[in-house]
Write a protein that binds this ligand. Structure first.
Ligand SMILES: Cc1cc2nc3c(=O)[nH]c(=O)nc-3n(C[C@H](O)[C@H](O)[C@H](O)COP(=O)(O)OP(=O)(O)OC[C@H]3O[C@@H](n4cnc5c(N)ncnc54)[C@H](O)[C@@H]3O)c2cc1C
Length: 380
């Protein structure tokens, strides 16, 4: 589909990303998936391409400008490798960069941002708790003031990159129950009272680690509070916008990979005396896959345009992420069906993409929670 927003600069960025991923990522994804990690140099190579630097001031090593279209091009192209864990390992830091760049003290920004956006060090956003992730306003981890420090107690889980990150943006309760008593803190991995352990093996996202973090009288300097005391909930919600749009773009990338490989397979494979692509049922599957890609892409583009214009289209982002994850789930399922038994074997993009669908429907706001948010945005 013609994309009216794909300017020459954006097309050039897409080509740079696609070429880089073809050379530096795709040949190794199965190996990294099985190993459960990507080499750390890959973080730095992506950092050098500027993919962690959108919206970051040049004085911290950032690009000095933002363009949501470029953010989604990166997510879409990376998702085409089919290994969501590679994208999560590399891009996991993205969801913590925005709060650090906007809310952390000048000293922290000066010190940590250049290391994070260059890919030298990792950072993680830490919101979800063992007791629940959907009900963010009800988080239980506490932060109590003690002189020039805050003392954190509690734990976080499912934290992407948590075993390797040096820096954490942590939500904790500083005030009354509910959404008005939450603050954000910048916690370093060597803070006293901080420890972590890896989560067991997962269904997908093999190449990225998720950790449980423990705060046992963990002391952080008072200036590590990010933003206003008790106003962290809004910051967390705002931060979700970029994450969700990126996830939509990843769904587009995953769907395009599935469609491309389905077509190639259906052209090559013969059943009942003719190539599968000549069977009407298969042709209809291809048409339906293509429709869902077009619709999701149009949705992403419209949201990018609105965000670039300074709007916060929360309802559209919520509905759009649900639309995208459902489309991806459907497309990956049909692609597996077209591949038949061959698709069930490891080592192909369709199999990889299929096993990454569920995390997209749960992480970054589940389909149920986002539908609810969309309806609330309608004033209902
Ligand atoms: C691989 C992976 C990586 C992740 N990375 C991070 C990370 O880096 N940082 C981080 O903070 N979190 C992370 N998460 C956590 C993720 O954000 C949560 O899993 C998600 O928010 C859902 O929370 P939960 O799993 O505790 O489910 P719960 O909140 O316990 O909900 C369970 C199910 O019930 C549904 N549900 C809940 N309440 C309702 C309701 N009122 N009505 C209808 N249905 C409802 C939910 O939609 C969900 O499907 C990650 C998760 C995964 C799987």
């Amino acid at each position: 589909m013609i994309n009216p927003f794909e300017t020459e600069d954006r097309a050039a960025f897409r080509k740079t990303m696609a070429d880089f991923i073809a050379a530096e990522v795709i040949p190794y994804v199965d190996e990294w998936d099985e190993a459960g990690e990507v080499p750390w140099e890959l973080h730095q190579k992506f950092g050098a391409l500027g993919v962690f630097s959108f919206g970051i001031d040049e004085k911290y090593g950032g690009l000095g400008f933002d363009d949501v279209f470029l953010r989604v091009i990166y997510s879409e192209e990376l998702a085409k490798c089919g290994a969501g864990g590679v994208g999560a390992a590399i891009g996991g830091r993205n969801i913590s960069i925005e709060p650090i760049s906007r809310l952390a003290s000048e000293d922290i920004r000066n010190r940590a941002l250049p290391e994070i956006i260059s890919g030298r060090k990792g950072s993680s956003l830490s919101i979800t708790e063992p007791g629940g992730g959907s009900d963010v306003a009800n988080m239980k981890t506490t932060a109590k003031r003690d002189g020039n420090h805050f003392v954190l107690n509690g734990s976080k889980t499912f934290i992407t990159g948590g075993m390797k990150s040096d820096y954490f943006v942590v939500g904790a309760r500083t005030g009354e129950g509910g959404l008005n008593g939450i603050s954000l803190f910048f916690v370093e991995a060597d803070a006293p009272g901080f420890s972590r352990s890896p989560l067991p093996k997962k269904m997908g996202w093999w190449a990225s680690d998720q950790a449980t973090l423990y705060f046992d009288n963990c002391r952080v300097p008072a200036e590590n509070m990010m933003g206003e005391e008790d106003r962290g909930f809004l910051a967390i919600m705002n931060n979700f916008n970029y994450e969700r749009v990126s996830m939509m773009a990843s769904c587009v990338g995953g769907m395009k990979a599935c469609l491309e490989d389905s077509i190639a397979w259906a052209q090559e494979r013969e059943t009942f005396g003719k190539p599968m692509i000549r069977h009407q049922v298969i042709r209809h599957k291809i048409a339906d896959m293509s429709m869902k890609i077009d619709a999701t892409e149009a949705y992403v583009n419209q949201i990018c345009w609105a965000m670039n214009e300074g709007h916060k289209p929360v309802a559209e982002i919520s509905k759009g992420k649900v639309f995208a994850t459902q489309a991806l789930t459907w497309v990956a399922n049909e692609a597996m069906q077209i591949m038949g038994g061959a698709g069930y074997l490891r080592g192909n993009r369709i199999e990889r993409t299929y096993r990454e669908t569920k995390v997209m429907a749960i992480g970054g706001g589940s389909e149920e929670i986002l539908r609810d948010l969309a309806v609330r945005q309608m004033g209902l």
